[in-house]
Write a protein that binds this ligand. Structure first.
Ligand SMILES: NS(=O)(=O)c1nnc(N(Cc2cn(-c3ccccc3)nn2)Cc2cn([C@@H]3O[C@H](CO)[C@@H](O)[C@H](O)[C@H]3O)nn2)s1
Ligand SMILES: [Zn+2]
Length: 261
């Protein structure tokens, strides 16, 4: 079973529409965020993260990115506030990154890319019974996006970068308990928000995006450890380095981007 989709020439973002026609839909992600065109909305309250009882379970290489999965059978770790009408449950987080530092993020800001972007994926367990059901509903998911910029070492990101070697190959999984992703957030949670989609197939248009304005700073060395992962499985003879696993910005199609204060 070959990869149904990927980030290469033959199976990358430019051909995803062949198997996933919604790729050309009206609320696709990511987008280029133009700060001075975003409308400041004073009714947008702060984002509230209740991650203190969060339970990470495992870290895995799913052939597209490295993913940390959480126990989401109850409301122990939720995001709420901001544009959200109710709490959304944390399910997983993962990263997108480049091969060089000038690009790698999915959202861009006034045309500028960051080296990487962290996505914390949450689902509306108030209205939907399962993640899969929520993932196909227009208000089913909320993804918190955090930009990563290279500079000094990030002391808490080591917990992840120091174990990446254990999930080098597609399909590898390692226990990863007791990690609270709150340590990966910048001090200010000012954000932009807009209605969009998953940025990987099936590209469902079910995501309320909350993109935090301030990046976190990580070292080139830490980012380099993401690039030692491979898209391919251990049994495959090809070793294709995992990098540039980002979708480029998609047409805004008249959508409004709102800005918190
Ligand atoms: N770049 S980002 O915008 O943020 C994301 N892009 N994709 C993400 N995930 C992958 C995904 C798959 N599906 C889906 C939904 C319905 C039917 C088929 C596939 N939705 N998102 C997030 C994700 C999904 N999953 C797995 O989805 C399966 C289908 O629901 C479920 O059975 C597994 O239990 C669960 O682990 N994990 N993460 S996020
Ligand atoms: Zn993502």
């Amino acid at each position: 079973t070959g990869n149904p989709w990927g980030y290469g020439k033959q199976d990358g973002p430019s051909v995803w529409h062949k198997n996933y026609p919604v790729a050309e839909g009206d609320r696709q992600s990511p987008i280029d965020i133009v700060p001075h065109q975003a409308s400041h909305d004073p009714s947008l309250g702060p984002i509230v993260l209740n991650y203190d009882k969060c339970t990470s379970i495992k870290i895995a290489n799913n052939g597209h990115s490295v993913v940390v999965e959480f126990e989401d059978s109850d409301d122990r770790s939720v995001i709420q506030g901001g544009p959200l009408g109710n709490p959304y449950r944390l399910k997983q987080f993962h990263f997108h990154w480049g091969g060089k530092d000038c690009h790698g993020s999915e959202h861009t800001v006034a045309g500028n890319s960051y080296a990487s972007e962290l996505h914390l994926v949450h689902w509306n367990a108030v209205k939907y019974k399962t993640f899969g059901e929520a993932a196909t509903a227009p208000d089913g998911l909320a993804v918190l996006g955090i930009f990563l910029e290279t500079g000094d070492d990030h002391r808490w990101l080591h917990a992840i970068t120091d174990v990446l070697y254990t999930v080098k190959f597609k399909g590898s999984v390692t226990d990863f308990k007791g990690f609270n992703p709150k340590c990966l957030l910048p001090s200010s949670l000012h954000y932009w928000t807009y209605l969009g989609s998953l940025t990987t197939p099936p590209l469902h248009e079910s995501v309320t995006w909350i993109v935090v304005k301030d990046p976190i700073i990580v070292s080139e060395k830490q980012l380099g450890k993401f690039r030692m992962l491979v898209f391919t499985g251990e049994e495959e003879d090809q070793r294709i380095r995992m990098e540039n696993n980002f979708r480029p910005p998609q047409p805004l199609k008249g959508r409004k981007v709102r800005s918190s204060n």
